[in-house]
Ligand binder design. Structure first.
Ligand code: PLP
Length: 388
């Protein structure tokens, strides 16, 4: 089976991990800061805060912005569960903004209209989480302009988009947001096993994120209420967690980072090759918005509806045929508001029609660094057969 995604681990990656295992520090050692600084430098941002996962990163980012009981957070319905769940962890409510039918990212028009309504009803969101679906950056300049106008804070969920370019900078530079979140799960662009990072230009947010990942502990003498206790002493002033990344993981991440540009170049080349090989099939291939270049976490095709047939049934047939032919295709995403947990909280079918229609026809084809051209040809041949 050719999977839809997988990690690439080199001998250098393995050696980097083994070095840490032979060292004095398995966690909270020197590799965390090195990995944070290297990733921040790559993105062109002041700070990186490494955490246990992107889920932990999203939760911490919401907390650092003061999201709590009674607050409201908005995100895209076309995302992984964690982009919505993070608001619920904080006791906040979540709502969704429908997607753009070309990019499958949050629609700026839908956002603008929803903000007008929210102001009229007196319930504006505190935070909007923009998700860079498949690795393509949202229209952050426009989303940021709206956020400024309405006094809303922005988090970018760039779990798919490490290495993506946007308006002359790297995603993660936080030019248009307070914070950006990355995931290092093995199917993502770069891996640490499990792991995540928050980037920010705001040192107050950085300090807050660092406390949240370590139980809310403070050691800086100037920040302590009791300053005469001794060198062992720490204080907790707020509720934090154990959201730390280990040094073992950070060493792997730092080693992987050296190949990040290779990973991205390969994904871009494979995506361009899919575009060429799939031309002429009854499919919509990914749309690339001007002003940026995707990191290509996913290569998503959308089945062109056949008149007189249900799109979902058509997609199911193509998907099942691919799987039977040994192609580990996948589907991203079943709209989050239609999950039973969120339906129980009042969301219903028909509420986000573009995300729902997109979902019915979507298939993610295999795309990863070590996918060979021969394997890609096999995927294309299987797809031609599935569609015939
Ligand atoms: C993978 C993913 C996450 C969660 O990442 P973890 O590191 O597994 O916690 C969050 N948001 C999106 C969009 C993702 O794809």
């Amino acid at each position: 089976m050719i999977p839809y995604g997988r990690q690439s681990i080199s001998e250098d990656d393995i050696a980097a991990v083994v070095d840490v295992l032979r060292s004095d520090w398995l966690t909270q050692g020197p590799y965390i800061a090195r990995f944070e600084q290297a990733l921040a430098a790559y993105c062109g941002v002041r700070h990186g805060v490494a955490v246990a996962s992107a889920t932990a990163a999203l939760h911490s980012a919401c907390l650092a912005l003061g999201v709590g009981d009674g607050d409201l957070v908005w995100t895209s319905p076309n995302t992984f569960l964690a982009s919505a769940n993070c608001a619920r962890y904080c006791g906040a409510d979540i709502d969704f903004v429908d997607i753009d039918t070309a990019t499958y990212n949050m629609s700026v028009d839908a956002l603008a209209a929803k903000l007008v309504k929210a102001r009229a009803t007196g319930r504006l969101p505190k935070v909007i989480i923009a998700v860079h679906f498949a690795g393509q950056c949202c229209d952050m300049r426009a989303i940021h302009a709206l956020a400024q106008q309405y006094g809303v804070k922005l988090i970018e969920d760039a779990s798919h988009a490490l290495g993506a370019d946007y308006l002359g900078g790297k995603v993660g530079n936080c030019r248009y947001s307070e914070m950006t979140v990355f995931s290092f799960h093995p199917v993502k662009i770069l891996t640490t096993g499990e792991g995540g990072m928050v980037t920010t230009n705001d040192s107050t947010l950085q300090q807050s994120l660092m406390r949240l990942r370590s139980h809310g502990m403070r050691r800086d003498p100037a920040a302590l209420e009791q300053q005469d206790q001794g060198a062992w002493y720490y204080e907790q002033h707020e509720l934090g967690y154990n959201y730390r990344l280990t040094d073992i993981q950070a060493a792997l991440g730092l080693s992987q980072l050296r190949r990040l540009d290779l990973f991205i170049a390969r994904r871009r080349a494979l995506a361009a090759r899919y575009d060429a090989l799939l031309a002429g099939l009854p499919l919509v291939t990914p749309f690339q918005a001007a002003g940026g270049e995707s990191a290509w976490h996913l290569y998503v095709i959308w089945i062109k509806p056949d008149s007189g047939r249900m799109l979902a049934a058509q997609r199911r047939e193509v998907f099942d045929s691919l799987r039977r032919q040994g192609i580990g295709a996948n589907v991203h995403y079943f709209p989050v508001p239609l999950q039973p947990y969120y339906r129980e909280r009042g969301f219903y079918a028909g509420q986000f029609p573009h995300a729902e229609r997109y979902y019915q026809g979507a298939i993610s084809l295999p795309l990863y660094y070590s996918l060979s051209e021969a394997q890609q040809d096999q995927v294309v041949a299987a797809l031609q057969k599935a569609l015939s």
